[in-house]
Design a binder for this molecule. Structure first.
Ligand code: FE2
Length: 201
């Protein structure tokens, strides 16, 4: 069963917006229903299917104006889809140029970022443990994610994001509600800057 997050709580509701929301629902329903049909424990096949369905959603964004009200509202985060059976969540994020999200993992979850507008610079990191027990991060690489492109991070992956051309509009798909999962002790690690080095908190 599909659950699209209600939009009524947002202030930009109007007849035009309602019509546009119908279009939104259509594109989102297609994404959510197709992904729910392909859903299962984390596997190469599930991730491939999710990326394929996300590509379809991104292509719909190219041709339709329904994201206009979302952009105009300017909310940093808007929940679009929450699947009541499988628990996956899709959010839209609007980020001003320069916004930086420091290195973090996603606990036990896998996630998918898709850029609709703007450019997001995403870096990945590996954990290194020093002889004194200090855990610090080593940056592996940096990728510029452009509109229509997707990045997937699996459980244990560590990454950061910086909006380098914005404002940017991104879709963030998560295997579960990350905030709830974090609160229920499936901890998400957010690294901290210590003299220019990212270390475990
Ligand atoms: Fe992330």
């Amino acid at each position: 069963m599909l659950c699209l997050t209600p939009y009524m709580k947002h202030p930009y509701v109007s007849d035009v917006a309602k019509m546009e929301r119908h279009m939104t629902r259509t594109a989102l329903e297609t994404f959510a229903q197709n992904l729910a049909a392909d859903w299962g424990p984390l596997s190469t096949e599930v991730v491939e299917a999710a990326q394929r369905h996300m590509k379809t959603l991104l292509a719909a964004c190219d041709n339709e104006s329904w994201l206009g009200p979302l952009r105009q509202a300017g909310a940093p985060s808007t929940e679009l889809v929450r699947d009541p059976q499988h628990g996956f969540v899709l959010q839209a994020h609007i980020e001003p140029q320069g916004l930086y999200r420091s290195p973090h993992d996603h606990g036990r979850n896998w996630v998918m970022y898709a850029v609709v507008e703007g450019v997001s610079e995403m870096g990945t990191y590996g954990r290194v443990e020093d002889p004194d027990g200090t855990v610090r991060l080593v940056k592996r690489n940096t990728t510029h994610v452009h509109p229509g492109e997707i990045q997937v991070y699996l459980p244990g992956d560590i990454h950061d994001t910086r909006c380098v051309a914005g404002s940017a509009l991104l879709f963030r798909f998560t295997e579960r509600d990350l905030r709830k999962d974090d609160q229920e002790n499936h901890r998400i690690t957010r690294y901290v800057d210590r003299n220019g080095v990212w270390v475990a908190p």
